[in-house]
Every structure is written in C-alpha cells, then in structure tokens.
Design a protein. Structure first.
Length: 244
C-alpha cells in the first residue's frame, strides 16, 4: 500500500530519479491524487508492485515537498502534475477552520475563506455531506462550524500554503490605511483581542504577515488605538476602535 504510515526518513531504499518520475507519471494519469485503495489496484499494474519501493518514492516526494498526505490521500505536484500543489475547496475549507482554532463563525468565514481561495457558495454545497460524515458540527444557532478534531490536526498549518496558491494573493499589496482597516475588521471577529499564540496561528491564515503588520500595530499602540497586556501577552483594540 502506497499510503501507509511513512517510515522514518533515511531508512528507505534508494530510488533513481527516473523511477520517481515514472511514479509521478502514473499519479498524473489519475489526477495526481490517490487513495490507498486506488494505489493497491493501480500501482502494481503500472509496474510498481514492490511496496518498499513505493514507500521510498512517496518518502522522497514528501521530503522534496513535491507531495503531501492530505485527508488520507497521496497528493503529488510538480513535474507532469503541475508546478504547485492544487488544493480542493473542501481541503481549503478544512485548513481555514483548523488554523482558526478548529471553529469558524459565519462572519469569520466571510473574511477568511476568500483568502484561502474557496467561495462561500462552494462550501454551502459541501456542508450537508460534511455534516453527514461527521467531519463538521454546526452549532445549534447555525452561526458556527466546528471541525472534527482529527481533521483539525491534519489540516492545521496549511492555510498559508493555500493562500500562496490563491491567485488573489498576487494582487497589489495593501496600503497602510487599507491594511489597518482589514486588521481591525479581523480583530472584531476575534472579540477585538488576541494572545500572541493566537496571533501567530490566526493572522497568517487571515492573510496578514508580521512584516506588514508590525508598523501598523506600532502606530495603533502609539495612538492609543490598541494596547498590549503584558500579563497574558495579548493585544487588544480600544473600545472606540472596536465599536467603529
């Protein structure tokens, strides 16, 4: 089985680059994605019956950042599979929730989902199926979605990559005033306060970088629009700014 748990890096047999590209070619014929069940049927017929070899190839592709195990499937990119990892709308949705502490409100979704390249309309089409499969849970008031914990663990940390693969991110950089407005809008969805740990995980997922935010936050602190709480290492917006 190609998609079994990967062994420790460095213990696998050596595989030639030609053999690796042949493997990628087989993956390309099947959409560059393959489940364990598909692999057991497809790979032996394609000349990859040696499971130790397929493990080694998978390992090598993952180590070279040309493949990932996503939602139980091997996903390959680069070469004949294209220059970058192409994520599905479902995966983008999961990653956005995972990097938002595994829960997302409707207001947060409107802000965060476009940044990772998924539309609300696409999510609505998937919601019923995801709920039936117990991948998500919707709150009683229908205003928040909770991601199943194992999926949250799998997709945590991937939203930054998804943002990088989203064409919207290549748009011109935001000016200071636009960036300030976007930052305030996001902070309002978070109750106008974020701890450092929350900021480190949530702000990149929301489309902000430390480099661009540092002068904006610095100015807000100087002008009394925000305050740092040293006791719990958190940043909070002033009531006046938060109520705008």
């Amino acid at each position: 089985m190609v998609l079994c748990v990967l062994p420790v890096m460095g213990q696998a047999q050596a595989v030639s680059s030609e053999r690796i590209e042949e493997f990628v070619g087989v993956m390309a014929q099947h959409g560059c994605r393959m489940s364990p069940y598909q692999a057991d049927k497809v790979m032996p017929e394609a000349g990859f019956a040696d499971k130790d070899e397929t493990k080694a190839i998978t390992e090598q592709l993952v180590s070279e950042e040309r493949a990932r195990i996503l939602d139980g499937q091997l996903v390959v990119f680069g070469g004949v599979c294209g220059g970058k990892l192409d994520y599905s709308g479902r995966e983008r949705f999961f990653a956005a929730i995972a990097d938002n502490n595994c829960v997302m409100t409707i207001d947060e979704a409107k802000l965060l989902l476009p940044r990772v390249g998924v539309e609300m309309t696409e999510v609505r089409l998937l919601m019923d199926k995801m709920e039936r499969m117990a991948e998500i849970r919707v709150s009683e008031d229908q205003k928040a979605v909770f991601l199943e914990q194992s999926l949250c663990d799998k997709f945590k940390g991937l939203s930054a990559d998804m943002m990088a693969s989203n064409p919207e991110i290549t748009a011109p950089q935001r000016g200071p005033e636009e960036l300030r407005a976007d930052f305030i809008a996001y902070m309002k969805t978070a109750g106008c306060s974020l701890s450092r740990a929350e900021a480190d995980s949530q702000l990149p997922a929301a489309g902000f970088t430390t480099k661009e935010l540092r002068p904006v936050i610095g100015k807000m602190l100087q002008e009394g629009e925000a305050v740092m709480n040293t006791e719990d290492d958190s940043l909070s917006l002033s009531e006046e700014v938060c109520s705008q």
